[in-house]
Ligand binder design. Structure first.
Ligand code: NA7
Length: 282
């Protein structure tokens, strides 16, 4: 089983590294060349074109930014579906709308490509440690084929039903993430304006019932007012927008969606989502 990995961003690199470390043969391709060096050093083979990648691989993983990127990879000119791909399995781990997942699955079926939507919860740290949470939609038989590989990427892989079910669950969990990060930010600012220092408040939150690994993990970044992207704010904004577009009544998430949109407009998109605190500080 030779794996093709498409998308070498913040998430793609550590995830593909884990498959290499597990002993899989991995070929890699990225739109912008020059990002594969750390993987090539671990034994990956970099291909110059998607066509070369497809010719050499049985299973294809995609981990790219958003709906437009996934459409470009699958249905764009010279995209995967234009290639000789019948009988292979594609696993899209990007976070995109359930509608786009279903659309790609339908298009894939027309050319005999099996397709799973399998987005992840967890950012760069869990990706490096192989501790992502993976939510999968598609045929159960295909999930069983992918499962041994998913087990090298995550600590849990949930099979949820037909195509679009994985991306639906991902939007739901990230709705909670976006709300939580704004909630922590407002809590810290509220405490600060009443004279309680941020470090003390973080300690209190951490020891309380609402203390979570997420908040503990962001504490150093908050105290240093330094937000290198573990999960870029622009991607969180995208996920909240997609959740909002699902048309379900979520009053809190709608308000949080607006905050992230304003933070994007302020130019904070490339920073970690925790930079929402900097945005709210004004
Ligand atoms: P990054 O670090 O922003 O990386 C994005 C990747 O997507 C990167 O490899 C990009 O290639 C690729 N990309 C973006 N647009 C395109 C198009 N149009 N065609 C092909 N490839 C593209 O994102 P993360 O790794 O943090 O996140 C990936 C997903 O997981 C995302 O959905 C998150 O919400 C969760 P480039 O290097 O720019 O050429």
């Amino acid at each position: 089983m030779i794996i093709g990995w498409i998308g070498l961003g913040n998430m793609g690199i550590p995830m593909a590294s884990n498959l290499l470390a597990a002993g899989y043969d991995v070929c890699v391709w990225n739109r912008t060349p020059g990002k594969a060096a750390p993987l090539v050093a671990l034994g990956a083979k970099e291909t110059a074109t998607l066509s070369d990648l497809v010719a050499q691989c049985d299973v294809l993983f995609t981990m790219v930014s958003d709906d437009d990127a996934v459409k470009a990879i699958y249905t764009g000119t010279d995209g995967l579906l234009s290639l000789s791909i019948q009988g292979k399995l594609a696993v899209d781990m990007s976070t995109i709308s359930p509608g786009t997942s279903r659309y790609i699955a339908e298009q894939a079926q027309e050319v005999g490509l099996r397709f799973l939507d399998a987005p992840v919860s967890g950012s760069v740290g869990p990706a490096k440690e192989g501790k992502l949470v993976i939510m999968v939609g598609g045929e159960q038989a295909d999930f069983k084929v992918a499962k041994p590989m998913l087990d090298k990427l995550g600590k849990a892989a949930f099979y949820l039903g037909p195509n679009g079910a994985g991306t639906s669950a991902k939007l739901a969990i990230n709705l909670l993430l976006g709300i939580t990060v704004q909630g922590v930010s407002e809590t810290l600012l509220f405490a600060r304006s009443l004279g309680i220092g941020t470090e003390q408040m973080l300690d209190i939150i951490s020891e309380s019932a609402v203390g979570t690994p997420l908040i503990r993990g962001k504490a150093a970044s908050i105290l240093a007012d330094n937000y290198p992207a573990a999960f870029a704010l622009k991607h969180m904004a995208k996920d909240l927008r997609l959740a909002n577009e699902a048309g379900v009544s979520t009053p809190l998430a709608e308000s949080v969606n607006a905050t992230y949109r304003h933070a994007l407009e302020e130019g904070l998109g490339e920073l970690d989502l925790m930079a929402i605190l900097r945005h709210l500080e004004g």
